[in-house]
Design a protein around this ligand. Structure first.
Ligand SMILES: NC(=O)c1ccc[n+]([C@@H]2O[C@H](COP(=O)([O-])OP(=O)(O)OC[C@H]3O[C@@H](n4cnc5c(N)ncnc54)[C@H](OP(=O)(O)O)[C@@H]3O)[C@@H](O)[C@H]2O)c1
Length: 345
């Protein structure tokens, strides 16, 4: 039996810059009841994703903005505790992609809950890290949009982050020369020495011209694939270094999420025409039908040691807000998760 009340973190006001404690409220509310077609899940883990910051803006472009006073929308891994949907029964596990919340329990539509089961040899919560957006986003972005070929050069921004570190390793697996961009010398060292990147450089304190020089030096034959997580000046510098027929996988723009007002640039947009390049945005959720096959392939790479990743897991709902801020200060060391309950699967 679930308890009679539910703890949740609601959006108290629209953040300016990096979200802090005053932007949220921790509330205790009556336990919600699932209506016909819905299920009640106990959230075991919350996935802290950069995109959540963009949903806090009033003009979020691809999902409705999170309303003030409402729980912060999030992807969560949950255990079903009550079901009014024919496909789920208590004890089942599922991932609520972008429809759970920063709360102990969530009510979600049964059709939006993606059933998951523990894969032998891997903990259940990998369905919120490497077998979820962290792994699937670079998998589809790099393979479907990047179309990597052996010997090509792949450039990755936010390369030491959850998504970027996997994008670079998949490009390596496919035989590319891989160059990473990250926010500290220590992260750059880790990319080369631990994850097998061919080179990496620190973007901090550099303008477009300096960034462009660094890219030109490390990618002398031009950039065939740019996997962009950041936007802004890094995107502009990459555009200046595209090889002919380059592919740009537009994965995210974390540099813009904490900005208010009009977003500047990209100023070197014209290079897309000059290099006959393809720029494609994508949302991982639209590949949902292909998730099982992608996870099978990534499982193989994990077992063979070709793919490495790390998780940055905090414990308890109260840890959510300080942990979330780490995405924008660069303090996270791997996929950010919050553990609310032990998974006993
Ligand atoms: N398209 C999709 O379906 C999809 C799905 C999931 C995620 N994404 C995108 O993937 C990207 C990475 O997200 P994530 O959740 O995996 O986070 P993450 O990469 O683990 O963490 C974010 C990293 O971004 C870097 N960063 C933060 N602010 C920056 C800035 N202003 N300029 C340059 N770098 C900055 C920081 O590293 P440094 O120390 O290197 O600065 C930070 O550690 C985001 O853009 C996100 O929106 C897209």
């Amino acid at each position: 039996m679930p308890p009679r009340s539910n703890r949740r973190i609601t959006l108290a006001r629209r953040p300016d810059g990096i979200p802090g404690p005053d932007d949220f409220a921790l509330r205790e509310v009556p336990m919600p009841e699932p209506a016909e077609g819905q299920v009640l899940i106990e959230n075991l883990y919350l996935s802290l994703d950069a995109a959540i910051r963009s949903w806090m803006k009033p003009d979020c472009s691809y999902f409705p903005p999170i309303a003030l006073g409402e729980p912060v929308r999030s992807t969560t891994l949950g255990r079903v505790v009550a079901s009014r949907h024919p496909d789920f029964k208590p004890g089942d596990h599922g991932v609520a992609y972008a429809c759970g919340g920063w709360e102990d329990y969530s009510v979600v539509a049964g059709e939006s809950l993606h059933r998951v089961e523990k894969r032998p040899g891997f903990p259940l919560h990998y369905h919120l890290s490497i077998f979820s957006a962290m792994g699937l986003t670079p998998y589809f972005g790099l393979l479907d949009i990047g179309q990597p070929k052996p010997g090509e050069t792949a450039l990755i921004s936010a390369a030491a982050g959850a998504v970027g570190s996997i994008a670079g390793q998949i490009a390596r697996i496919k035989g590319c020369r891989v160059v990473g961009i990250a926010g500290s010398d220590e992260k750059c060292r880790m990319l080369v020495e631990e994850l097998g990147f061919d080179a990496a450089f620190n973007y901090k304190g550099k303008n477009t011209e300096q960034l462009s020089r660094d890219i030109a030096e490390l990618c002398p034959r031009g950039v065939d694939i740019f996997f962009d997580n950041v936007g802004g000046e890094i995107l502009d510098a990459a555009l200046l270094n595209l090889a002919m027929f380059a592919r740009v996988a537009f994965c995210g723009a974390i540099g813009d999420y904490t900005r208010s007002g009009p977003i500047p640039g990209p100023y070197h947009y014209w290079q897309i025409l000059a290099r006959c390049a393809t720029v494609r945005g994508f949302l991982t959720l639209y590949y949902k039908d292909q998730f099982p096959a992608a996870i099978d392939e990534m499982e193989g790479w994990l077992k063979s040691g070709q793919l490495k990743f790390s998780e940055d897991i905090s414990v308890g709902l109260e840890s959510t807000i300080p942990s979330f801020a780490k995405l924008f200060t660069g303090e996270n060391r791997g996929k950010l998760l919050v553990r609310l309950q032990q998974d006993r699967a």
